[in-house]
Design a protein around this ligand. Structure first.
Ligand code: FMN
Length: 222
């Protein structure tokens, strides 16, 4: 069998690379806009629609979220890589003082959101407006659980069946240390072939299909 190398634990999160580098906008209690870049972000519930965000405790983003309980997730395209890097200012080693709007420094355009105070970023093809459910201390980061209260996208970012056109919008994924990548190819599964494979494997091994499991076929078709 192929041998495996142990990865040092302080670098273990790099196994999860690449991850989308989302730009999160917030406002402080005086309404001043702030932007930061976050890859610790994922959907965790679809009914209700909820996501989690992991934020390092010293960042302005978590202070603003604690104050105003709102944020906006903006999904950048690969052509915004240099501007995204500027919004990740402290991590990138080009810190921008508190109270200065990173979007202005980076040359990104703010447009109002529909349900929350932090703005959307016009150049980003998709946005989630979020309202905080709870914030938990989980180590050197805080974990924020939020309801998605509005979602929007630019023309062409989704197709008629609301599938994301990622080969066109090319979301930006961070590999690490200022290296990014983006999707260039799609892989379409032959779903019928996969189903036949499972059916024939179960038959060969005399496994009965419980009726309750049949409902799960719907998810990959929605
Ligand atoms: C690609 C990328 C991904 C990042 N992901 C995270 C993250 O998931 N969590 C985090 O706390 N900081 C993350 N950072 C660092 C923050 O974006 C950065 O330090 C930023 O300056 C924080 O801004 P703020 O102090 O205005 O909130 C990331 C930075 C980059 C460039």
């Amino acid at each position: 069998m192929e041998s495996k190398h142990d990865l040092s634990l302080d670098k273990s999160h790099r196994v999860l690379s690449p991850r989308i580098a989302y730009v999160v906008t917030t406002v402080d209690e005086d309404g001043r806009v702030n932007a930061g870049v976050f890859s610790n972000l994922t959907s965790v519930s679809t009914d209700p629609e909820r996501l989690v965000l992991g934020v390092y405790k010293p960042w302005d983003t978590i202070r603003n979220i604690e104050q105003t309980k709102e944020f906006v997730v903006n999904v950048p395209s690969k052509n915004l890589a240099d501007k995204v890097w500027i919004c990740g200012d402290k991590y990138a080693g080009n810190p921008i003082p508190q109270g200065i709007d990173e979007l202005q420094v980076a040359g990104l355009t703010e447009i109002p959101s529909t349900k929350v105070r932090p703005p959307r970023i016009a150049e980003c093809p998709a946005h989630l407006e979020c309202a905080v459910v709870w914030i938990k201390d989980v180590g050197d980061h805080c974990l924020v659980l939020a309801d998605i209260v509005a979602a929007s996208y630019s023309e062409g970012a989704f197709d008629a069946e609301l599938m994301p056109n990622v080969l066109q919008t090319q979301p930006l994924f961070e590999i690490g240390r200022g290296m990014f990548t983006y999707p260039k190819h799609g892989i379409e599964i032959d779903r019928e072939k996969a189903r036949e494979h499972v059916d024939s494997w179960l038959k060969k091994h005399n496994v009965e299909m419980p009726a309750a499991l049949k409902q799960y076929g719907k998810f990959s078709k929605e």
